[in-house]
Design a protein around this ligand. Structure first.
Ligand code: NAP
Length: 488
């Protein structure tokens, strides 16, 4: 258990039951599951473990509430979201500590996530007021075209452990704004942050049954019948590409509307004309945010040969200066990875690269002792057949490969099934735009290592997903278009 003075209080106050139909209740049969502190491997607490019947009860509640919620005035939906935004800021310290305890990231990172997560409430509070349609004369002048937007209906949200709050608000806020009801299934490792969000939305005045939260240790068993249920109208998933593929296949049975925020393999491309100080600083942001456990994490660095050695040396210096520790301890820069499996996967990828000829300039292994720590690592001389250039690392490892020409850089950056985000560093405007056009990704960080922004469309192409979250596009995922042909 963390020695943070508020840890016990925050944990004791955290809701641990299911939130279904506006009531906090135990799971069927009183089942519970363990939540672990990844920095120590110790049990933090137990949380209600929803059964398939609990999942169905949550959908029943969402379906029953859909009609009334869709009819609620936009002003009221907007006000609920704005109150949620304010409450999230007020509760930021406690929400951040709770997140750090169950997920491991440093308190500073958790606070950053809470602030980011709250922005979706603010943004969609505004969007709730801007849902529109149009009315026009048909081309032949004989009739009129009336187009209206309506909420898609009850939604199922499945979220990952790496951003336990933001991956929730990015779906919940637009759904609330659009007038949809929902069932949320958070990741097994991090249910506490989502339950705390449910409490916050309840306090913000969200009516009962609009949001239902069912943590479970049986995610596929719980989700499958919900996805097959014709009353469900939308599935939004954030997680790995393999699970996304499975869910898309399941969703095809009901031709369910889906949004998929899947895996990434972000290239971080540095040209010799880049501001190298900025590139190194932003490389740290793109690589080390969330200990590398981010879909947007820079997975591989492609650096022009003439500046590669300098870039590697400066990045190594910065990585060496980081302090590993319990996320809730003062002075910690880098927390643990989420669990032993994740740490094992990172170690396997690093071992594979080293066996194929890469050199570790710093780090390269797990940290001994309790918790799932992996050393911040920089690898150079990474051969093209190293697995970590192709697979999502999800850890604090920066592999550096070199290129000589712009064409080579573009080809290397695009050589992946993923297409979420790329980072591009150059001071040449023509090159910046040319390469941005050529990169096969949904987002590009141009001379910056962070793209997440509630007011911008987040999402990927290729096998990184379908749809966009945030921005002007975000609410469209929760609206259907209805056309009425009007004979006057
Ligand atoms: P994951 O294994 O795919 O799990 C994500 C969620 O899906 C969890 O809630 C999990 O529940 C649930 N799940 C797993 N198998 C399921 C199934 N068969 N049916 C229904 N639900 C199922 O991913 P993760 O390891 O938690 O998260 C890391 C991945 O998320 C990475 O690939 C990362 O790139 C991606 N990600 C993408 C974005 C984006 O916006 N593109 C953002 C963040 C993360 P359990 O916890 O019970 O297994």
């Amino acid at each position: 258990m963390s020695t943070h003075p508020d840890a016990r209080r925050v944990l004791d106050a955290a809701p641990r039951q299911l939130y279904v139909g506006g009531a906090w209740r135990d799971a069927e049969g009183g089942s519970t599951m363990v939540v672990e502190d990844p920095a120590t491997g110790e049990t933090l607490c137990e949380v209600a473990d929803a059964s398939v019947a609990d999942g169905t009860a949550a959908l029943d509640a969402a379906v029953a509430a859909q009609r009334d919620w869709a009819a609620t005035p936009p002003n009221e939906r907007s006000e609920v979201l704005h109150r949620a935004f304010t409450l999230m800021q007020e509760r930021s310290d406690d929400l951040a500590l709770l997140m750090t305890l169950e997920m491991g990231k440093s308190l500073a990172e958790s606070k950053g996530e809470i602030a980011y997560a709250a922005e979706f409430f603010r943004w969609f509070s505004g969007e709730a007021l801007r849902i529109d349609g149009y009315f026009k004369q048909a081309g032949n002048g004989q009739s009129r075209v009336l187009v209206m937007k309506q909420p898609v209906g009850p939604c199922l949200f499945i979220t990952p452990w790496n951003f336990p709050a933001a991956m929730g608000t990015r779906k919940i806020a637009p759904a609330v704004a659009a007038g949809c009801t929902m069932v949320v299934k958070p990741a097994e490792q991090t249910p506490l942050s989502m339950l705390a969000l449910a409490r916050l939305l309840e306090d913000a005045g969200l009516p009962p049954s609009v949001l239902n939260v069912v943590p479970t240790s049986s995610s596929s068993e719980l989700a499958k019948p919900l996805i097959a249920d014709p009353r469900l109208r939308k599935l939004s998933f954030t997680g790995s590409t393999p699970v996304g593929r499975t869910l898309i296949a399941q969703a095809s049975e009901q031709v369910l509307k889906t949004s998929m925020e899947l895996g990434g393999n972000a290239p971080f491309v540095v040209f010799e004309d880049a501001d190298l100080d900025a590139a190194v600083e932003q490389a740290m942001v793109a690589k080390m945010r969330n200990m590398g456990e981010a879909c947007t994490s820079a997975n591989r660095f492609h650096v022009q040969e003439s500046v590669a050695e300098e870039f590697a040396a400066r990045l190594t210096e910065k990585m060496k200066s980081l302090t590993l520790g319990h996320g809730a301890d003062e002075g910690t820069d880098v927390g643990p990875l989420i669990d032993a499996d994740q740490r094992g996967k990172v170690a396997e990828l690093v071992d594979d690269a080293v066996a194929k000829g890469a050199t570790a300039l710093t780090g390269g292994g797990v940290r001994d002792g309790a918790g799932y720590f992996f050393e911040p690592t920089v690898l150079t001389g990474v051969p093209t057949d190293a697995r970590l250039l192709k697979e999502e690392i999800f850890g604090p490892v920066a592999p550096i490969a070199t290129f000589t020409t712009e064409e080579e850089a573009i080809a290397a950056a695009n050589d992946t099934e993923y297409g979420l985000v790329a980072y591009l560093f150059t001071r040449d405007l023509s090159r910046a735009l040319r390469v941005s056009e050529a990169l096969e990704t949904g987002m590009i960080g141009l001379n910056q290592g962070l793209v997440s922004n509630a007011g911008a469309p987040f999402g990927g192409v290729k096998q990184s997903g379908l749809g966009r979250e945030g921005g002007n596009e975000g609410i469209a995922e929760y609206l259907e278009t209805k056309y009425v042909a009007v004979k006057l």
